[in-house]
Design a protein around this ligand. Structure first.
Ligand SMILES: Cc1cc2nc3c(=O)[nH]c(=O)nc-3n(C[C@H](O)[C@H](O)[C@H](O)COP(=O)(O)O)c2cc1C
Length: 263
């Protein structure tokens, strides 16, 4: 595929890709993507990336459903270790608030990620994020030799899209209910209904949850009254947020284990 340099075209055609073709990603392409990634604005430049095309290594990461045809897996890191070493070289001691450092880290990392995703797309590649990565930080640290004070924020599967996989542009909330001029708008029930309609009808039309059999079971003791033809985005996301930590260890405990001091 030719390079697409129209950024609006790239942003509007991008969608998550979960099945990749056999075509390898060239070293130069990867370098180009990474370089563009790090051109993102930064607060403290506390983003690092570890990446691999080694399938064995990918499989060693426990508890992460890496899409099997992934060509390159990237893990985006908050890297306070490097920053602290630079401070030490300048003769300073770190005395910052770790919760603020993590916040800045998420900001820095997130901007790099979007640059990576859009650059990859402009080169004809596809990608999908892996949100469970921070919960699996222990295993990620083991596989990639992450020291204390380096924490994985998210993973990204990359490759050329498999043309046999039909992918669609997923809906978003109506712009008027997401971007507010001059003052925040607390949406009315009618407006919330418009948000839900846009998302739910979009996902139902695309058959997303039926195809993927992706229904999240309700907690024990709750009867599931919703059939797949009615089950959609707003129900799915709500079910994700019913239980604390989605049934997983509180993230703050994982973060603390990796050397961050959060009271
Ligand atoms: C932080 C983050 C984590 C995500 N984690 C996953 C994931 O673990 N697995 C997955 O298949 N998609 C994941 N996604 C992709 C979303 O499902 C996807 O972006 C969303 O459904 C919108 O679809 P689109 O990217 O095709 O527009 C994640 C997206 C974000 C931003």
């Amino acid at each position: 595929m030719a390079i697409e340099s129209d950024i609006f075209k790239v942003m509007h055609r991008r969608r998550s890709i979960r099945k990749f073709s056999d075509k390898e990603i060239q070293k130069e392409e990867l370098e180009r993507i990474l370089k563009a990634g790090f051109r993102a604005p930064f607060a403290f430049q506390v983003c690092s990336i570890v990446y691999t095309s080694d399938k064995t290594k990918m499989k060693e990461i426990k508890g992460v459903g890496i899409y099997p045809t992934t060509k390159v897996l990237m893990i985006f890191l908050i890297d306070l270790k490097r920053m602290e070493k630079i401070m030490n070289l300048r003769g300073h001691e770190y005395g910052f608030d770790d919760s603020m450092a993590l916040w800045l880290g998420v900001q820095d990392v997130t901007l790099v990620i979007e640059n990576v995703i859009l650059t990859a797309d402009s080169l004809g590649l596809g990608s999908v994020l892996l949100g469970v990565i921070p919960q699996r930080a222990d295993s990620v640290a083991e596989v990639f030799n992450l020291p204390q004070r380096v924490f994985p924020v998210v993973g990204l599967c990359l490759g050329y899209p498999d043309p046999s996989e039909a992918t669609e542009i997923r809906p978003r909330f109506p712009l008027k209910h997401s971007a507010f001029e001059d003052s925040y708008k607390d949406l009315t029930e009618i407006e919330l209904g418009e948000c839900m309609k846009e998302m739910d009808e979009g996902y139902i039309t695309q058959g997303y949850y039926i195809k993927n059999k992706a229904k999240i079971p309700l907690p024990e003791g709750h009867k599931d009254e919703i059939d797949y033809d009615k089950y959609s985005w707003s129900e799915h996301i709500s079910r994700k947020m019913i239980r604390r930590g989605f049934g997983r260890e509180p993230l703050i405990d994982v973060i603390r284990r990796h050397g961050f001091k959060i009271d």
